[in-house]
Design a protein around this ligand. Structure first.
Ligand code: SIN
Length: 481
């Protein structure tokens, strides 16, 4: 497969232009060059996509679960077949280093496999009735049309993490990918050609006007579920809009993950894991370690190992072999990271690697480690979404847990310790939807992904992956004597 860089969009089973004929250009954040272009959909295109998904929902839901699963498994194989081309377009439009894009292709494909395997297990129930002549049944039915709104930082896997369980459950989908990375989503849908997806089951509406298209997707009563991954601010707005038609809502929002390194941890292993977590996707991952809390006894050894590793990271264009840290997605992202860095330094933090002067070509921020950080600094309160790691020392476990929980977010948290009792005690005390113990990488299709507090609602993946896309229907059967 050659990535279709100048492509139409996919609505009702056909590749077509936007209703108005307008298109938009996608640029490479690494060098500003044009990657390609695609249709710029408006509210009317979104309404057409909803109509197609609405019409397709009955026949798709009516297939046997194993028939839907077979379609997903064919798509899974096609994604792996097209992996190098998908990874290349992903790196060009998101800036992600190529090795990470290839890993994301495999991660993204795994949601199709996992959900295909779960599809035949959407079990109902038979409940013992109070009356002898009755049988009480529960069957699981698809919620209907799902609107999926996906982010630029994982342009492929966040699509499959929503679309795979929706399709497996028998729902149909209207997908609005980020305007920064629509070409990966469209190339992913191109991979599905020939896999047996009936027209209208999956529709895509790329747009440079996400507010207008989002208003249609959240306002149309035919859409019964909204699944969104992105910022907390936008998630709150969409949730309010979806309330008007009482849709199911699944939200994967921002994080502010702490990593707690205790005196009994292996400092070198902790540094390795935290570098993998913080600098994954150049720090632009919701579950990235956003701040480190290190206990005094291990701080020197940990900081030594950490700074050696961060200094060795190779920064450059994502397609350059060996590059581990790419550009930030756009100038706004660079400005935000610089604001947080400058705030920290002005309040007394000290860079031991990188620092505020380390922007290159206006798009690249050199990997940075800050020490002397305190909880009030903006970099400890806000999601940095860049390659900057603030490190704060602590003395007592309860103090570290209190600082870790002093945030409105609660997506991921990490603990480094060799004390079994502490690993349980602290992971239960942390206000987070996901905890990694002695690891900085926790994402997998096999486990439930999601947060508490303002990090979101609901979980994606894991044994319950299909549940949000299913409605239990209770059927009472009487007169059986
Ligand atoms: C995200 O950053 O939204 C998702 C990252 C992941 O799945 O690991």
């Amino acid at each position: 497969m050659r990535p279709p860089h100048h492509t139409e969009t996919f609505i009702a089973g056909t590749w077509r232009p936007a209703r108005t004929g307008t298109r938009f250009t996608v640029r490479d954040p690494g060098d500003g060059t044009e990657v390609g272009s695609c249709p710029d959909c408006d509210g009317a295109d979104a309404t057409a996509a909803i109509a197609a998904a609405y019409e397709a929902r009955g026949p798709w839901a009516g297939l046997a679960a194993r028939e839907r699963a077979a379609v997903l498994m064919r798509w899974h194989a096609a994604i792996l077949r097209d992996g190098p081309a998908l990874a290349e377009v992903m790196t060009r439009e998101s800036g992600k280093p190529l090795a990470e894009s290839l890993a994301e292709v495999r991660y993204g494909a795994s949601f199709l496999q996992w959900c295909a395997e779960e599809a035949p297990r959407a079990l109902g129930a038979v409940i013992p009735a109070e009356q002898a002549d009755r049988r009480l049944l529960v069957v699981q039915q698809p919620v209907g049309v799902v609107a999926a709104i996906t982010p630029w930082n994982f342009p492929l896997s966040m699509v499959t993490r929503k679309v795979a369980p929706a399709l497996a459950a028998g729902c149909t989908v209207v997908l609005k990918p980020s305007e920064l990375t629509p070409l990966t989503a469209l190339a992913l849908v191109r991979s599905a050609e020939g896999c047996g997806l009936p027209p209208g089951v999956l529709n895509v509406v790329p747009t440079t006007d996400p507010a207008a298209v989002g208003a249609v997707l959240t306002g149309d009563p035919r859409v019964r579920m909204l699944s969104f991954t992105g910022s907390t601010a936008v998630g709150k707005r969409l949730m309010a809009q979806a309330a008007g038609t009482v849709k199911h809502v699944s939200l994967e929002l921002g994080g502010n993950a702490p990593a707690l390194v205790f005196d009994d941890a292996d400092p070198v292993a902790a540094a390795d894991a935290i570098v993998a977590s913080r600098y994954r996707n150049t720090g632009q991952t919701c579950v990235c370690t956003n701040r480190v809390l290190v206990q005094n006894g291990v701080a020197e050894a940990f900081l030594h190992a950490l700074s050696e590793r961060v200094e060795a990271l190779r920064m450059g264009h994502g397609l350059t072999p060996g590059v581990q840290v790419g550009p930030l997605i756009d100038h706004r992202a660079v400005a935000k990271v610089m604001r947080l860095l400058e705030d920290a330094v002005a309040r007394g933090a000290r860079p031991i690697v990188g620092g505020p002067g380390s922007v290159r070509d206006g798009r690249f921020v050199a990997p940075t480690v800050l020490v002397g950080v305190t909880p009030e600094m903006a970099c400890m309160q806000e999601e940095i979404f860049g390659p900057v790691l603030p490190v704060m020392r602590f003395a007592r476990e309860d103090e570290a847990v209190a600082v870790a929980n002093a945030t409105t977010q609660g997506l991921a948290a990490y603990i480094f310790t060799r004390d079994l009792a502490r690993s349980w005690r602290v992971s239960e005390a942390l206000e987070a939807g996901m905890v990694g113990i002695n690891t900085g990488l926790i994402s997998t299709a096999a486990a439930p992904f999601g947060g508490v507090k303002e990090s979101g609602l609901g979980r994606e993946g894991g044994p319950q992956a299909l549940a949000p896309f299913l409605e239990p229907k209770y059927i009472a059967v009487a007169g059986l004597r």
